[in-house]
Design a protein around this ligand. Structure first.
Ligand code: SF4
Length: 321
């Protein structure tokens, strides 16, 4: 009988889904994903998880519960580091432990560690995971190489338009990939903005090559990978003249956001005072508050261009475009 491996649709799933799917399928297992986040998944996650955890981690617990009785093994890797001199946040590093201590009656968990900072090598951790499925090392190494190819293709970042178009407006949305991609958690934010006729660019579209020149000027190195990615994308977008406004999507309980967001907001005032909105996602699902703030923000952007000659939203300098 084919072994079924369950992958919860939360946190780093949104970035590495293609890698893990190809890897496990190449080893001959059936990969099962949990469904998109919905009301029940969020409710169960909130019930199971530690009160202090951030919202995406709580939702991840709900995805685990959804899969627990449907699969033979659950995939919850302990991802400490994927880049040299950088770590993932403690919640992601300790995710398997949090889940195992919160959700009862779990099937066996593939929870091996990937620590690139320590070992400078991803393959060892991935091979250890493969050994839980197959004892054939050469098959595991082939599966690893095939999965790496899929990841390289995924990383062909989209071409980001930088020309200013006087007939349309462009908003940059920055935040953790899982906050921007989980449409239940963000209450369809991107769809709502596009529905108002705005073009949307996100932090997930910006490559390291584009962010590095801006990050190299930040006085202190950001040692959290997700913080570096968000800050880099924010700095990149604020220097692009075609961006009419920036939205930072943070989530309740995130330590990384609590440091990166204020720094970005300070920089924005110095570099280019365009409209800036912070949306903090939490477990309350009422959309009225979000809709009202969003409408006001989009109106301000339209108004600035049509009536106010791009006057600073902070009441400071005018800038010309
Ligand atoms: S970076 Fe923030 S949102 Fe992501 S897992 Fe860590 S605390 Fe949660």
């Amino acid at each position: 009988m084919t072994v079924r491996v369950g992958i919860p649709k939360g946190l780093l799933f949104y970035e590495y889904e293609s890698f893990w799917r190809v890897f496990f399928e190449s080893l001959g297992v059936e990969v099962i994903f949990s469904p998109d986040t919905n009301k029940d998944i969020m409710k169960n996650g909130l019930k199971l998880c530690e009160e202090e955890a951030c919202l995406p981690v709580k939702i991840f617990h709900g995805h685990v519960l959804e899969l627990a009785d449907k699969v033979d093994m659950l995939f919850i890797p302990r991802i400490r580091s994927l880049h040299y001199r950088e770590y993932y946040c403690p919640m992601i590093c300790g995710l398997p432990e949090m889940v195992k201590n919160s959700v009862s009656l779990l099937p066996s968990v593939i929870d091996d560690t990937i620590d690139y900072y320590k070992h400078r090598y991803y393959k060892g951790g991935v091979v250890r995971m493969g050994l839980k499925i197959s004892s054939d090392q050469s098959k595991i190494k082939k599966a690893y190489c095939k999965a790496c190819k899929g990841l390289q293709n995924k990383n062909d970042y989209q071409k980001i338009p930088t020309d200013k178009n006087e007939k349309s407006y462009t908003i940059a949305i920055i935040g953790h990939t899982y906050n921007l991609t989980d449409h239940y958690m963000n209450m369809n934010l991107i769809k709502k903005i596009k529905g108002e006729g705005f073009q949307v660019l996100t932090s997930c579209m910006v490559s390291c090559g584009k962010t590095q020149p801006y990050l190299s000027k930040v006085p202190k190195r950001i040692f959290w990978s997700c913080g570096r990615e968000i800050l880099g994308a924010g700095l990149y977008y604020m220097h692009q003249q075609n961006i009419d406004g920036i939205i930072y999507v943070s989530c309740f309980g995130c330590g990384v956001d609590s440091l990166i967001e204020p720094y970005l907001s300070q920089q924005l005032k110095k570099v280019r005072p365009i409209p800036y909105l912070v949306i903090s996602l939490d477990e309350h699902t009422g959309e009225a508050g979000l809709n009202t703030r969003l409408e006001a923000f989009l109106d301000m952007i339209r108004w600035r261009r049509s009536c106010a000659n791009h006057i600073s939203s902070y009441g400071g300098n005018l800038y010309s475009c």
